[in-house]
Ligand binder design. Sequence first.
Ligand code: CXF
Ligand code: ZN
Length: 388
Amino acid sequence: MLNRCELGAVKLTFLQVIRCKAAVAWVAGKPLSIEEVEVAPPKAHEIRIKIVATGVCHTDLAYLCETSKKKKPRALPLVLGHEGAGVVESVGPGVTKVSPGDKVIPLFLPQCGECECCRSPKTNLCTKNWENLELGVLADGTSRISCRGQQMYQFMGMSTFSEYTVVGDDNVTKICAEAPLDRVCLLGCGVATGYGAPLNTGKVEPGSTCAVFGLGAVGLATVFGCKTAGAKRIIAVDINQDKSEIAKSSGATEYVNPIDYSKPIQEVLVELTGGGVDYSFECVGNVDVMRAALESCRPAFGTCVIVGWTDKADMSVSPDDILMGRTLKGTYFGGWKSVESVPRLVEKYMSGKLPIDQLITHTLTLEQVNEAFQLMTSGQSIRTVIRM
Ligand code: CXF
Ligand code: ZN
């Protein structure tokens, strides 16, 4: 039984539904539309976040526009966005790790700390609530965002293209109070994924030769990760010549444009390196580029890491390439155990050891989210950040 003093400590708060703006995907492949949505209070073990900034990642657009090869069609209507940062507005019962006012980054990959994967040092792929996150709902099978009475799916349980969202408490991490949210939001996906790929998944060794395919935010963070790992040669590959300078300032030692050659880029790289690279990274999400990246690796011990996301087609691999000692791996969220690692990556950024600013070429409003997609597909932007 509670005594008077304990009773006095019990705070009863009645949380209200919040009406705010969100970018809604009603139809696959069509522009998002800005709507007034209702964001319900957080239930047990959930956190309602005021999103301050969100990056626009290529996966948001690919998910909206590409048809999955898997049998399931995309669940619509949907609120996209999975690279956000914000401030805790309220918490549901049972939440202990954050309080209102804390700065946080929502995480599409949870870290529950309890599942078999969380307990293993071999992987970061927490299995908590996995099916629901993929479906676009929270742990109880529903979403907290609705529009004119209709439930909206929450992309990967996130929906950062909304002024407010609700996420599970294993899908969030508290970061330092000084962090600029319109920069560190990129640690919610692109920069964490790219930077971790060579360090955690490829395990690039000092003196190695690396090739990075695709020089968006993920690819450039991968280049920087290769540099951090001590790679001697880092060959940046992209069909957009405009990327060559930023690739070099991110740590690339060479830039190669496949358009400049009549033969396949893998043959060019094998020749350039006298047999193939030690490590290659596919940061596009294109199955033909994935094959090229694998074939760029040297036999015997070359490793190819798939970093870019797609589910629209199968990739083809010649068994002979694998038989001859090449390793094909994939990375999800750069191999980072999310909750514990993202605050450290924020600290790294704050101390100047992890560049993010140069990747942010455009800052727009939520109303301009479709322009952000256009800037991305036309190759004009590296990352657009939406400030709410
Ligand atoms: C994706 C992978 C699929 C879920 C959302 C995030 N990675 C990078 O964009
Ligand atoms: Zn992403």
